[in-house]
Write a protein that binds this ligand. Structure first.
Ligand SMILES: O=C(O)CCC(=O)C(=O)O
Length: 299
């Protein structure tokens, strides 16, 4: 897609001050509390209901969403909606909303694109964990000016599996390789020397702006409250995907230039990156990580 959508308001002042940008650069993340209001959240929850109902009724939900391995009272439970930016105008509006995009522009510059989007449902009682990983390990680019924006659609607490990060560890890439050489989808190195993980609880509507190399994870949700999180991955226009197989061409179909000038020259920067040897048939982070953990448990 090449539609240029710019919802910036040239009359507003910068939404992040120099101290906030410096903190992002030092820690690898920044939390903006209650960025979205209750109306936005109600519309987002409505859109989720529309998408999931239509998908489950279609008889072909796998094109739209992924289910939890566990059901709740014998009912299937969605764990991820794929590509919300492409699936619903409300998510397209949120991804291009100046409250989000102006902040992203402060972090990676004003020429930018969305690389992909997803919505993790983390349902009450059965919500899957996410193991420690760095996003850029999944989609290496010519430089590391990519920002993951995670917007909590429910109050996120330690009990319902809020995001956890390892602050300050976004300057090198960790190893995500299975002993057989394939992509494990999670960090296989010992992280104990990185210091304790930091949990990021925050009220619904809060957004976490996270560097693409910040190690992060979340616990399973065993509480009785869901923790839905809308995720947009943005990149500087001159950060180009590195080709490592046909999956890159597929994921580039989801990318869309949003603001400023498209780039014709790739900029190189950031730490050296391993090229993931992705096993065929793996559709999501959950499937890749679970396959690795099953293999590890068996060996
Ligand atoms: O939902 C979460 O806890 C983390 C999401 C994440 O890292 C991912 O889906 O790539």
């Amino acid at each position: 897609m090449d539609t240029s959508i710019d919802r910036s308001d040239p009359t507003t002042t910068s939404p992040l001050d120099a101290a906030q940008v410096a903190r992002y650069r030092a820690d690898g993340y920044l939390v903006a509390t209650s960025l979205l209001g209750s109306d936005d959240l109600a519309c987002a929850r409505d859109a989720i209901t529309q998408i999931t109902r239509a998908a489950m009724a279609s008889g072909d939900h796998e094109a739209v969403l992924e289910l939890e391995p566990e059901s709740a009272d014998d009912d299937p439970v969605p764990r991820r909606i794929y590509d919300p930016f492409l699936q619903h105008p409300l998510f397209r509006a949120l991804a291009t909303d100046a409250r989000v995009l102006d902040r992203v522009a402060c972090l990676i510059g004003g020429d930018l694109a969305i690389q992909h989007s997803k919505l993790n449902m983390k349902a009450a009682h059965v919500g899957s964990p996410v193991e420690w990983h760095q996003d850029l390990a999944y989609f290496p680019h010519t430089n590391d000016d990519l920002v993951t924006v995670l917007i909590y659609l429910d109050d996120a607490t330690e009990e319902n599996g809020c995001l956890q990060v390892l602050p300050g560890h976004h300057r090198h890439s960790f190893d995500h390789t299975h002993p057989d050489g394939s992509f494990a989808g999670l960090i296989v190195e010992d992280l104990s020397a990185c210091g304790p993980p930091l949990a990021l609880p925050a009220p619904a509507g809060s957004a976490i702006f996270m560097h693409c190399l910040t190690p992060h994870a979340s616990l399973p949700n065993r509480s009785d409250r869901s923790r839905r999180t809308l995720i947009f991955e943005y990149r500087a226009a001159d950060s180009f995907p590195i080709w490592y197989g046909d999956g890159v061409a597929l994921s580039e179909k989801k990318a869309c230039h949003l603001r400023g000038a498209p780039a014709r020259i790739a900029r190189f920067g950031g730490p050296p990156l391993r090229i993931p040897q992705v096993r065929t048939g793996m559709k999501s982070l959950y499937e890749v990580q679970e396959a690795y953990l099953r293999g590890s448990a068996a060996s």
